[in-house]
Design a protein. Structure first.
Length: 213
């Protein structure tokens, strides 16, 4: 019987073929990043779902919003430790896993799902790149974030993704709503028992305000 490790090279080959020509680099297992729109990073990942299904998602790191840890906040300082300040998952809008995804269960499947992997890459690579083309700078990111916020999700709500709650405060800062942004960030800190005066968070807030000045 095959394991996921046996199909990883085929996943890499198929998705590298779609993403590397557009400037993406694979930085971790099933994670690709492009960093050509400083400070923004564009991320593409393949998530593992229940039932052995693998489904792509993609999104953006602003490079300016920190991420929470159990002890405080950390900066997104490298491609490898970047996370999505805005996540786009095709499943959320319909609540259905797209048919173009692929599946593999260790100990059950004995053949590599080569064609489904290739079809998945060919389908989702262009979809992700179309979204990436919509965001060229921080202003575009804010507008895209606000449009996604208004979408009625059928699976997980927009703010089910924890990072969205923090990013929303920073979007307010980026767009000049300092009072609203600080209030939202403070609420985020309170909800996760984090310090609003965390030194990393304080520095990131200052950088965000500088961008809106």
């Amino acid at each position: 019987m095959l394991t996921v490790a046996d199909i990883e090279p085929h996943i890499n080959e198929a998705f590298d073929g779609q993403l590397v020509p557009h400037g993406f680099a694979r930085v971790a297992r099933r994670k690709w990043v492009r960093s050509t729109k400083t400070p923004i990073r564009e991320l593409f990942v393949i998530n593992s779902l229940k039932g052995g299904r693998f489904s792509p998602a993609w999104g953006f790191s602003t490079g300016l919003v920190p991420y929470r840890t159990t002890s405080g906040f950390k900066r997104q300082s490298t491609d490898k430790n970047s996370i999505m300040d805005l996540l786009v998952d095709p499943i959320d809008v319909t609540a259905n896993v797209p048919k173009q995804t692929f599946s593999f269960i260790t100990g059950f499947h004995s053949e590599i799902p080569l064609k489904p992997i290739q079809e998945c890459a060919k389908h989702f690579g262009p979809l992700a790149c179309a979204d990436f083309d919509r965001v060229q700078d921080l202003h575009d990111f804010c507008q895209f974030f606000l449009r996604r916020e208004r979408i009625r999700y059928k699976r997980l709500g927009f703010y089910t993704y924890v990072q969205h709650g923090l990013t929303s405060g920073f979007v307010m800062l980026f767009t000049g709503n300092v009072e609203g942004g600080l209030s939202q960030i403070r609420r985020f800190c309170d909800s996760w028992d984090l310090r609003f005066d965390d030194p990393v968070l304080t520095e990131c807030i200052a950088h965000a305000q500088a961008y809106s000045a």
